[in-house]
Each structure stands twice: as structure tokens, then as C-alpha cells.
Design a protein around this ligand. Sequence first.
Ligand SMILES: [Zn+2]
Length: 185
Amino acid sequence: MQSMDEFNPYAAPEAVPPPLTNSGSAEATCWRDGDQLLALPHSDLPRYCVKCGRPALEYRKRSFYWHSPWLYLLILLHFLVYLIAALAVRKQAVHHVGLCSEHRKRRLNFIMMAWSSLVPLFGCFLFDSGAVIGLGILAFLVMLLWGLIGMQILKPKKIDVELAVYRGVSTAFLARLPRYPYRRD
Ligand SMILES: [Zn+2]
């Protein structure tokens, strides 16, 4: 955060204002806003499971990335073009994030699911049948996407240098946070 001495009149208009003085949220680095979690991009979240709000068993540093959804249009051009552009412009946020034992286990299952999608992918080529190969590739895609989506801990809605906004957080966890006191565009 900037102090008033460093006030930059040319800063982006959506900059988060400095914390309100004499307010309970002056120390806060993460907030709730409706069903969204808002956090300073390099702040740690409270030590509770983000999926259910219970005390966290695992509390690990994790990186989250976001880029404008418009960038996906580049896939139509070429997947590599998209990939290079996405890596160049994506914004990063890093937080310590908590998971309870139950949600940690569930996430590991999704990771297993993503990896085991390789079995139908390679297995189907053992058969000399177009139908089996087609089914194998379909099973691979479904299992991979299911696993990748399920293993997500927080779903970034937007990340910039000032603020990271996430979905996919339980209301029980959000209830532990102060309400976001600033106006958002
Ligand atoms: Zn949990």
C-alpha cells in the first residue's frame, strides 16, 4: 500500500485506497464482498479452510494466475500464440491458503483423476478400432477437465497489482472476513 507521502496522482484509477484510519478493517488484507473473496495480491489468508471455514490442517503458499478472458480468442489463431501471450501478460497473486483434512483429501482425489486420464488416452491405442480410440480420447478429456476444475482451490475472477478477486470460497470462510469497505467499479 502507498502512504500519503508517496501519493501518485497518475496511479490507475481502480487503485485500492489506503486503509481507513480508526476503523476495524485498517489492518485487514482480505475481505468479503458478496460471494467473492478479495485480498491484497501478496497477503496471507486466515488459517481456515477456504472450502468450509473449519480450522485448516494444511496451510500452504500457493500461486494464482489470471488474465483477461479475451485472451482465449487467441486459441482460435493458434494454441501456442495464446500460451505465449498468456504467460507474458498473466497477473500473479501468492497467498498462504488453508484446507481442512477433508478438502485436502478431496483435492488429492481430483489430482489423481487428472493423472489417471492418461490411462484411457494411451490404453485406447492398444485397440485397432476407431470407436474405442474415440471413446478413449473422450474419456481422457472428461477426466482431465473434471480433475483440473475440481482441484482448483480458489477461482480467480480478476487479479491486478492492487487486488485479487476470487470465487469458489465457502460462505463460512467469507463470514470470518470483514466486509470490503471501498467502492469497486
Ligand atoms: Zn474444508
